[in-house]
Ligand binder design. Structure first.
Ligand code: UDP
Length: 332
């Protein structure tokens, strides 16, 4: 058997590929356009193709050259909320239309399983906390909408063609491989923790916290952080779940604990020993007050047991990466 990782050169995908190669159970094939991914992030023992998953001739070649691929893990998508507000069609084209093209080729080539990165952003302003898989999905930005549409498309493709799927709805992903060899490198960086750590590195003077008048204990947004190693575990379990003949279903992936933006800065001060100055700035459009997952379903059905349940440990792993790679992969 072989497994295909789409977007395997990205932040979360590269941790997945590293894990799969180290498991040593099966051949690992990676496709990445390298538009946002990094070639150096891909484990050298994976088979690598540079290309766009919407290029059907290219994808046919990949599936033909590796006819033993039965499962796809799909990380290849654009994922910035603000960018999606400014340029929604880019998201519906790359993420949503890309999914249609991918499923057509999977159907044609008889590939039956797909595990896919969905997101807490599909819930919009959640109707309940903690968020369950049954909480209504009402996205408030094109990024979340593009992912919800991908889930919907997969539901109908399952019904018509029997392609079984598991959307994994991630909450806020943070941290890196603890040895500091792979990690998060976005250009430009927009996420809270990497920016906070850039202040600790001396690359920025201070962190701007977007809003302190939310309906939360300290007024700043509360988020639920999950480590890419724990996500990799969940993807492996989800592939096994599908290969065992189970029905398509979605799972939330978070730690079930919320941290405010101010708590993240405070924890980063402890880990780095740097004062990390901050200022309060205007709210960022599209940010719900609080996002906390219930991951009971993943624990009960997949047997998922996240190991990185301490925010300082998560930040330590991110710091190991950022301090050893001050310019990231340095390939742009
Ligand atoms: N945030 C912030 N300053 C920044 C970047 C992010 O205050 O420079 C806040 C953001 O408003 C949200 C939280 O940090 O409340 C997490 O945002 P991030 O962009 O890291 O992840 P998202 O929740 O958008 O996936």
């Amino acid at each position: 058997m072989a497994i295909l990782v789409l977007g395997g050169a990205g932040y979360i995908g590269s941790h997945m590929v590293d894990r799969l190669v180290n498991e040593g159970q099966e051949k690992v094939v990676v496709v990445d356009s390298l538009v946002t991914g990094h070639r150096a992030a891909v484990h050298p023992d994976a088979v690598f193709y540079q290309g766009d998953l919407a290029d059907q001739d290219f994808m046919r070649t990949v599936f033909k050259e590796h006819a033993d691929i039965d499962a796809v893990i799909h990380f290849a998508a654009y994922s910035l909320v603000a960018e999606s507000m400014a340029d929604p069609l880019k998201y519906f084209d790359n993420n949503t239309a890309g999914m249609v093209k991918l499923l057509e080729v999977m159907h044609e080539c008889g590939v039956r399983y797909i595990v896919f990165s969905s997101t807490a952003a599909t819930y919009g302003i959640p109707e309940e906390i903690p968020i369950l898989e049954t909480t209504p999905q009402k996205p408030i930005n094109p990024y979340g909408e593009s992912k919800l549409m991908m889930e919907t498309i997969m539901r109908w493709a399952d019904q018509a063609y029997g392609i079984k799927y598991v959307p994994l709805r991630y909450f806020n992903v943070a941290g890196a491989k603890p040895d500091g060899s792979i990690g998060e490198d976005h250009g430009p960086e927009t996420h809270l923790l990497p920016i906070v750590l850039q202040v600790a590195q001396g690359k920025r003077e201070k962190i701007a916290i977007f809003g302190d008048d939310y309906n939360t204990p300290d007024g700043t947004n509360v988020r639920d952080y999950v480590h890419p190693f724990d996500l990799a575990d969940a993807h492996l379990l989800a592939v096994e779940y599908l290969r065992n003949g189970n029905p398509s279903t979605a799972f939330n992936l978070g730690s079930s604990t919320g941290f405010s933006n101010l708590q993240i800065v405070e924890a980063a001060r402890k880990v780095t020993g740097h004062p990390i100055p901050l200022e309060i700035a205007d709210r960022r459009p599209g940010d719900p007050d609080t996002l906390i997952a219930s991951s009971e379903k993943a624990r009960a059905i997949l047997g998922w047991q996240p190991k990185f349940d301490n925010i300082e440990t998560i930040i330590q792993t991110a710091w190991a990466w950022h301090s050893s790679h001050p310019d990231g992969y340095n390939d742009r």
